[in-house]
Design a protein around this ligand. Sequence first.
Ligand SMILES: *Cc1c(COP(=O)(O)O)cnc(C)c1O
Length: 389
Amino acid sequence: MSFKYAERLELLPRYLFAELDKIKSEQIAKGKNIIDLGVGDPDLPTSPEVVDALKSAAQDPANHIYPSYSGMDRFREAASEWFYKRFKVKLDYKKQVLSLIGSKEGIAHFPLAFINPGDVVLYTEPGYPVYYASTMFAGGTPYPLPLTKENNFIPSLDGIPGRVLEKAKMLFINYPNNPTSATADETFFKKVISFAKRHNIIVAHDAAYSEIYFNEKTHSILEYPGAMDVAIEFHSLSKTFSMTGWRIGFACGGEELIAGLSKVKTNIDSGVFQAVQLAGIKALSLGDALTEPLRRVYKNRVHLVTSALSEAGLKSFNAGATFYIWTKLPDSIDSISFTGRLIENAGVVVSPGVGFGKSGEGYFRISVTNKEDLIKEACERIAKAAKTL
Ligand SMILES: *Cc1c(COP(=O)(O)O)cnc(C)c1O
């Protein structure tokens, strides 16, 4: 028998990273030594305190039942306490906080709550592929806002055509930004809020990297006046506490936006395993005591890479946040050819910029989620490969 995929799947772009994975597997099968700086998945383990919290919670039968849909009160309260400590914003955890099975899950389901066919969803590009995919799944029309060196990787909201704005109902932003590492300041967030109010647009801010900063603390959009009327923010314990595999995060923001997302989720999932929520509470309550050591490690690694690449004559960029380095390629080669060749000839995996959207062409992304000696070795190999371009 042969079944055709639903049209919504046919509408998704080619998954370029899968093709690189294939080249990578071929090289590994040939016995080649590969250093992977492609995926953004921390090599640093989750703290033992958090692991212990999970262990004891898992042993308690009270945690073996279905969790509540919106998250344990205690988890949402811990999230709001963490939020207040960090951003000085008070959240009513019963109405303004929702637990998520990782923030990706929340981002993927959010458009289903508010987007009808024909509605436009604005999103920054290059970016996390989920903004585009979730828009398509909801029947919406994605409209990319290019992030370029010229605009300091901050979207220009003034240049959006009126006919697009008329249909626009949602805007995805993501700061600190994956893949460009750019951060946003108060001026930008305030501009976004007034833009959203003027055009009746929901702002969905993906703040997965809010805690991965090296100099100045980054901001939540909810710090600024009026944000609660128009914005929802997605937070994740994944990068903040090295907990990517645990699948826990939370959404916070305007009550009706949280209620809409909650309505979708109630019909799809049944919440986060309580033992994982209790481990999450442990992480949130320890807070910076767990995150600060991670920041120190990433900061050193980022410095290691940017200095090695600059010595090799490559222009690389990290804005003092995220564990990514956004690196310019010479005009003579496109990002797919470069990354393919880099795996084959140098045994180093990085992510091609175009994999995050067409404005990412001409760049590649390095993730410093690997051991220092391997990062050093990879930089030497990249430098050598760049010479032969
Ligand atoms: C890692 C990441 C996420 C989601 O992480 P979860 O593990 O699902 O919480 C969301 N947005 C961006 C940009 C990311 O890089």
